[in-house]
Design a protein around this ligand. Structure first.
Ligand SMILES: [Zn+2]
Length: 316
């Protein structure tokens, strides 16, 4: 190969990389949203990002999560479609920007409340998660709590409870006691179509979770955290972080599958199997992705994005 053709290849690589950066930094247009009744005066907005709960009371509206920054105007429009009451409070289940990305725009019009670790993660990481475009403005909640916080509005209570680490170090489960409903954030995900090599029905029990070790997540603590919600809260309907409205039984099954998967992976590691073998198991048996993943931007479902080294270290 001549020097000039090598040079041309290098130039081509730079051009492609440059185009990729420009492409990935272009703001995504907001996707369409819809609102549906969950129970009583409680609704859920979905369509992009995480599920947003909308609780309508005589004195105003309480939201749980507020999706991406780009969804802000539509979130307000969806709320307006079911009530004229003013928006008063936003409770964050955690700081990822598909759930709390709208905080910056909510702060001037509502009180935003989050677990103190979720706020600290936002301060430390200085950018709300991987998924949104660079430059998503950070809105730091003005009110935090360590164990629990309740909002009492119009004779209704909305209670945010902290049961420990899991998806991050600041996951709150939000409880609507009068309705016996919880919003789990990403501690629990609704049934999703299988993806990856093996068809979902042929896989050993497991879950398609994301442990955000960079923001204090823990695979080991996750089941204990779910146990807290399952034993201390009286509920039967569940709004998951993502996916369709679910039941308490769905959470119980999710927790069992999580434990089975974790024990199997920990077993492989204790047998001295290397990282490659564990990664292969995650790909073929659980549908996680480790191939075809660009280093930037981090891509959902990709193992390096799922911080597999930290996962291996924790399960050792
Ligand atoms: Zn999340």
């Amino acid at each position: 190969m001549t020097r000039s053709s090598l040079l041309r290849i290098f130039i081509a690589i730079f051009v492609v990389q440059g185009a990729w950066v420009v492409y990935t930094q272009k703001p995504k247009p907001a996707g369409p949203l819809r609102i549906a009744k969950v129970r009583g005066d409680l609704y859920v907005i979905s369509g992009e990002g995480g599920n947003v709960a909308v609780y309508v009371t005589d004195e105003g509206v309480v939201l749980v999560d507020d999706m991406f920054d780009r969804n802000h105007a539509d979130i307000l429009a969806q709320v307006k479609s079911v009530t004229d009451k003013p928006l008063k409070y936003v409770l964050n289940t955690h700081q990822h920007d598909d759930h709390a990305g709208g905080d910056f725009k909510m702060l001037p019009i509502a009180e935003v409340i989050a677990h103190r670790n979720a706020r600290a993660n936002l301060v430390d990481i200085k950018q709300p998660y991987y998924e949104d475009t660079p430059g998503t403005p950070i809105g730091l909640p003005r009110v935090t709590f360590s164990d629990e916080a309740s909002v009492f509005l119009g004779g209704r209570e909305v209670r945010a409870k902290y049961f420990g680490r899991g998806h991050t170090s600041g996951d709150a489960v939000v409880y609507f006691p009068q309705l016996r409903v919880i919003h789990t954030g990403d501690l629990f995900l609704g049934r999703q179509a299988g993806r990856g090599a093996a068809p979902a029905q042929n896989r050993p029990p497991g879950v398609n979770i994301y442990v955000d070790y960079a923001q204090g997540g823990s695979f080991l603590d996750w089941t204990k955290t779910l146990d807290g919600a399952l034993t201390m809260l009286d509920f039967d309907v569940v709004i998951p972080g993502h996916g369709p409205i679910s039941t308490k039984d769905d959470v119980v099954k999710f927790r069992a599958d999580l434990e089975t998967m974790r024990n199997r992976l920990a077993g492989l590691i204790k047998q001295g199997r290397g990282k490659d073998e564990v990664v292969k198991t995650l790909e073929t048996d659980y549908g996680w992705r480790s191939t075809g993943c660009p280093l930037t931007p981090p891509t959902p479902g990709c193992l390096q994005f799922q911080q597999v080294d930290a996962l291996l270290a924790e399960l050792k």
